[in-house]
Write a protein that binds this ligand. Sequence first.
Ligand code: C2E
Ligand code: CA
Ligand code: CA
Length: 757
Amino acid sequence: MHRAARGSVGLLGCGAVGLGLYVAGPAVLAAPLFLLTAVASIAATVVGTLRLRRGSRRPWWAIVGAETAFLGGAVLRLVVPGAGATPPGPVALVPDVLVVPGYALLAYGLLDMLRRRRAVQDEPARADAALLGLGAALAAWTFLIAPRLDAATVPAAIQLTAALFPMVDVLLLVIVTQLIFADGVRKPALWLVGAATSAMFLGDLLYALREDGLHASLPVLDLLFLAAFLTIGAAALHPTMRTLAEPQPAVLRDLGAARTAGLAAVLVAPNVLALLAPPPTWWNALVRLMVSVLLAVMIIVRLVKANNSRARAERAARHRATHDPLTGLPNREQLAETIDGWLHSDPEVSLLFIDLDRFKGVNDTWGHEVGDELLRAVAGRLRNAVRDDDLVCRTGGDEFVVAFATPEPSSRAEPLARRLLALFSHPFALSVGTVVVTASIGVVSRRGDTGALSLIRDADTAMYQAKDTGRNRYAYFDAALRERVRTRVSLEQALRGALARGELSVAYQPIIDLHTDGPVGFEALMRWDHPVLGRVSPLEFIPIAEDTGLIVPYGAWLLEEAAAQLVRWQHERPPTGAPLHISVNLSVRQLQDSALVDTIRGVLDRTGLPASGLWLEITESGVIEDPEGSLAALHAIRELGVTLCLDDFGTGYSSLTYLRRFPAGIVKIDRAFVDGVGQDCDDEAIVRTVIAMAHALGQQVVAEGVETALHRDWLRAHGCDLAQGWFYGAARPAAAQSALLRELAAAPHPLITERRA
Ligand code: C2E
Ligand code: CA
Ligand code: CA
């Protein structure tokens, strides 16, 4: 048993004992027990009502009022002389002064509950309950009311009120039946309320049916009333009581076999009655006829309602299938369908594909609820910013699409894209405070016979273009972009098999000590020679390898290849020469690979390259993309004894901060700055600053892209340690560099500068 249900079950248990004593115990105990049970039940209802935290207490207070009124009526029957007399006289009506309002309160409470419970209009349930009521009314009229009207022994008023109570009970039952029929969860509290009204109905029925000689306070009647009290109290104490007045979702149900059988039974009931109990008078027959006609009408209504509610449920299901539940906006399916409809009538269709920038960060920082909040807020802003006949959809995650069709070529799309971007310049007020988020938008406008899916795909592609070029902007999908996508797709295909087909190789570029002009090592650079495309630039294929993850196996291959090559060179050199190192580029994608450290260790073990002979170059922007993850990996690599280089330094956006956090021993100044030394004051200032800062932090500086003697002289004069560039030699295959090393070994004071390519 659920712990919270203890009170409810306890009340029922104690009540059962009380009822047992009431029946079997000494007569003197009867009245106190009756009062005690009733008061305890009322108290339980009050406690249950007060415990109700969510939802309205109003229906329950009405029920408490009803219980109190019934108890008052019972007390009056006991204390008013003659109220319980047999046969009942006019005084018997006195307690009804309280009992009748009690019924009204009870009906009000149950109706209020029903109103709250039924979130969606469940008309079939309503019609079924009405049918039940009409059937019961027909039975009550035939068996209870009509016969009494002819009997003369007891005053008609008393007879009538006695007959009215079961009628009222029937109405209450109809309400409770609706509570039960209404779709949704049927919890113990609901069944307890049903039991209470059934007990009342039975009691009132027995009371009305009693023969004139029967005592009004027949124990079985009191037992039934007390049982009603107890079950209501138990319902109020039960933890599921709050579900009684909670809105329930409507479930589409076909007219089941049981309900159909019930309807058929109700339909034939008047005829069966006419056979069993033929109407004694013409007006009696008239009343029955009227009720029968009403019954027939109700059945038709019932069938129509069932049909309507099915149609409504289908509409609701369709809405669910075509709309996003979070924002209420149409979804991708609806978008595709609408666009295809537009394309049919051949106007120009424009699509703005909106993707929030760094939405994942919002989810990661504040949780998904806040992410959802933001999405709803974005949906609201978008909806408000466009025309009524523009379509605003949420196509997934943090992606939205604004689409519109125009009969003539329109220039509306780009201004609209600018306006939508401006929507994001104001922060969003969310529960966690104000949140700033930007968006990238892909725009496509097209007329003609292309399908919705290709339009959405192209807008998506343009959106990625906007992201690639820096986010918080829009990009237009045009032929050039399509061409780029196409070559990219074919390059990606070709790249997949490149290593297996032996199309990859390594080129080595010497890194020179500016003090001696002799090489201290080589940077290993990947080369791809495609049989048809020819040599593809790393600037083209490395990003693709990164996006596809191919950089992980290819990078590992290059690392092993380069390490082995360096070890061979080392063996060929005279033992007197200072040891060379090999410098290998690492992308962020590789840093995110959990096996990276093992890969590096494995390469060092297999090739016999000492860790001090390996430099790994990481670009600053790569670390900024994922500082936490990258920094952890970088520290693990440094633990191995490998030297880290900060590559392309100066091109990232928070260079100086990262120079301090980055555990690098080497800083490589990007060739964009080196290019200007000797001519451009700004570039010189930057290079001077970087050299000073790096030295202050105990780091060495490599100047990249040293192309002229002017560069070399300036760098040397300003204390730069190492240099790399065409002035000293381009990246060449291993064999070419082997020859260089052999010459160097032969001539102890080489003038590399004269051997430049
Ligand atoms: P990076 O790491 O900055 O490599 C230096 C690039 O500058 C190389 O281009 C090199 O050939 C070029 N270079 C060298 N000296 C000069 C010079 O004096 N003037 C000019 N203008 N350029 C010079 P490359 O080989 O085309 O590589 C381009 C980029 O591709 C590299 O830039 C690096 O970021 C990436 N990359 C190349 N190989 C690999 C690799 O194996 N793994 C990874 N992750 N990235 C690689
Ligand atoms: Ca590099
Ligand atoms: Ca570089």
